[in-house]
Ligand binder design. Structure first.
Ligand SMILES: CC(=O)SCCNC(=O)CCNC(=O)[C@H](O)C(C)(C)COP(=O)(O)OP(=O)(O)OC[C@H]1O[C@@H](n2cnc3c(N)ncnc32)[C@H](O)[C@@H]1OP(=O)(O)O
Ligand SMILES: O=CC(=O)O
Ligand SMILES: [Mg+2]
Length: 572
């Protein structure tokens, strides 16, 4: 097999060019790095790694643009009254008798997976956590600033090398890896997010190709030796809407494997089914990735967000208060059951999702109640046939582990024991059924407080925060945003907690003002003044009152965290 150096360091005639002045990155032809120069970052942004990213971008950019155009077309169809559904032209895939490549032994048992951003201490804690897998997140849990992304890549490299350490000076505490660590999966950003600090041929790079490309380039060889038992690296793939997007990932993987000289099928990925259109494409997505798949996951928070977004022009499908849209609603249960049936039919893992509860430090009774909710959620998942689940915090791992182990015993998964044949009859009506529940003023207030505080954190580089004893990230905060937009747009009647009142601009304005005052009281004047709450409030208000719904909260907001050097901040 060709060595890493031989395979990647092919001669090229590109002009050696340093960007960003005297101290600059050594970039290949057609590439421009507009992010801050840092000697540590330059060990990630090597010329050859950048060339690899540029090659991916050049080969796949038109496919990505086409896939994003198709999303727009689908949106138009839904906005004109259409409903998502199964595609008659791919019935042969849904009904065919095929299976995915067999599961790599290294990740046969995934009963508890901890997730977290790629921040250094969190990475070390997650790898030491005693879960089976750590999903290191460049997506929902990360604010994609240049600093976060580059430090995240450094942290991933050091994690795979087994050399990652950190020292917290303020607390005089060190972090280092235990002898036993968990298996690493990396979640790159979704297709929709650009990387505005790296330009290729005059255009911002595609965020996920930067995340994937840099991580793969630097780590694939070590990963396969130390983590993957000959397989890997392993990925989670977010926010896809159609199997054509999975086909692009499959082609990216095959290209990377060829360039690295490793066998086809080395790279493995779990796809999050977290958009409403994707639930009708689960077989097709697995089929596209059949040589590279290691299952599907119920990304329940983005799924709820996507339900609202897909039905943005359907006032008869308003969702009730966010807290009432749980996994026991018929459409959510149907999605999880069909996902299990589909994955097990195709021989791969059906992963559960994230309960939003996190440990409550200063109130044992409330903490026990939160833990009980997590246990209940996990029990539902394992009994339904899921092979594993997500935990948002190390403190939840023992409870999740206990529930799964009590029900699965020593078996690494339930792929062959829980076929869920009964779920094969679930149809469009089950998957789209209108959720039941009430619309309340408290729901609107909570959405406002959560949306503003999440955005305020995101603007300062923090992509996941504890709010009101729950985990909030880009996916859960999106629900708050689009729900507020939808209630406002259609004048939802809030009658769940008193006499009915219709949401309108006046009411929403008052709610925003009052909730800002409450946030100030809750966080304290000093933190409020130093923080980005006012900016966040402006962004949230604009997004909720926009005549046309923004596709993603993070797209417009991204312009606020782009920092071009040496010029200063810049809009795309
Ligand atoms: C919808 C989705 O996409 S879900 C997936 C994306 N979301 C996530 O991954 C959420 C990950 N979780 C988190 O980010 C955090 O747990 C939060 C923000 C929810 C709570 O954070 P905090 O309030 O800071 O937690 P807390 O103070 O209890 O942390 C205590 C310790 O646990 C660690 N910790 C907390 N969560 C995690 C985690 N997910 N992974 C590893 N370590 C963690 C902290 O680093 C801290 O360690 P230290 O004592 O060594 O400094
Ligand atoms: O990514 C997970 C989700 O629930 O969204
Ligand atoms: Mg998600």
């Amino acid at each position: 097999m060709a060595s890493f150096q031989e395979t990647f360091l092919q001669p090229n005639n590109s002009v050696k060019k340093k960007s960003s002045g005297i101290m600059g990155y050594d970039v290949p032809e057609g590439m421009d790095i507009r992010g801050r120069y840092d000697p540590e970052f330059s060990k990630i942004l090597t010329r050859d790694a950048l060339q690899f990213v540029a090659d991916l971008q050049r080969e796949f950019r038109n496919h990505i643009k086409y896939a994003l155009e198709c999303r727009k077309e689908a949106k138009m169809k839904y906005n004109n009254g259409g409903l998502p559904g199964f595609d008659p032209t791919t019935k042969y895939i849904r009904e065919g008798e095929w299976v995915c490549a067999s599961v790599p032994p290294a990740v046969a048992d995934r009963r508890v997976e901890i997730t977290g951003s790629v921040e250094r201490e969190m990475v070390i804690n997650a790898l030491n956590s005693g879960a089976k897998v750590f999903m290191a997140d460049f997506e929902d849990a990360l604010s994609p600033s240049w600093e976060n992304l580059m430090r995240g890549q450094i942290n991933m490299r050091d994690a795979v090398n087994g050399t990652i350490t950190s020292h917290d000076q303020a607390r005089n505490r060190g972090h280092k890896l235990n002898d036993q660590t968990v298996k690493l999966f990396v979640r790159p950003r979704g297709w929709h997010l650009p990387e505005a600090h790296i330009f290729i041929d005059g255009e911002p790079a595609t965020g996920c190709l930067v995340d994937f490309g840099l991580y793969f380039f630097h780590n694939y060889a070590n990963f396969r030796k130390t983590q993957g038992q000959g397989f890997g690296p392993f990925f989670y793939l977010p926010k896809m809407e159609h199997s054509r997007e999975a086909r692009i990932w499959n082609n990216v993987f095959e290209r990377a494997e060829r360039r690295a000289g490793i066998e086809k099928g080395s790279i493995r990925a779990t796809v999050l089914i977290e958009t409403l259109p994707a639930v009708f494409q689960m077989n097709e997505i697995l089929y596209e990735l059949r040589d590279h798949s290691v299952g599907l996951n119920c990304g329940r928070w983005d799924y709820i967000f996507s339900y609202i977004k897909t039905f943005q022009a359907h006032p008869d499908r308003l969702l009730p208060d966010r807290v009432q849209v749980g996994m026991t609603q018929h459409f959510m249960r149907s999605y999880s059951d069909l996902l299990i049936h589909t994955c097990h039919k195709r021989g791969v893992h059906a992963m559960g999702g994230m309960a939003a509860q996190i440990p409550i430090k200063d109130d044992p009774a409330a903490n026990e109640a939160a833990l009980e909710l997590v246990r209940k959620d996990k029990l539902r998942e394992v009994r339904a046939g899921h092979d594993g689940t997500w935990a948002a915090h190390p403190g939840l791992i023992p409870a999740c582990m206990e529930v799964f182990t009590n029900n699965m015993g020593n078996a690494p998964n339930q792929i062959h024991s829980m076929k869920r044949q009964d779920a094969s009859v679930l149809d469009e009506e089950d998957l789209l059924q209108r959720p039941r529940g009430v619309y309340t003023m408290e729901g609107l207030r909570l959405n406002t407080r959560v949306g503003i505080q999440y955005l305020a954190a995101w603007l300062t580089g923090v992509g996941c925060v504890p709010l009101y004893n729950l985990m909030e990230d880009a996916a859960s905060a999106e629900i708050s945003r689009v729900q507020s937009w939808q209630w406002l747009k259609y004048g939802a009647e809030l009658d769940g907690d008193g006499p009915g009142v219709k949401v309108n601009l006046d009411l929403f304005g008052r709610v925003v003002e009052e909730e800002m005052a409450r946030i100030e009281r809750e966080v304290g004047q000093e933190k409020f003044k130093k923080g980005m709450y006012k900016e966040a409030c402006k962004l949230f208000t604009r997004q909720c009152t926009a005549p046309v719904l923004d596709d993603f909260m993070t797209l417009d907001t991204y312009n606020n965290i782009v920092m071009h050097h040496p010029i200063g901040s810049s809009r795309l």
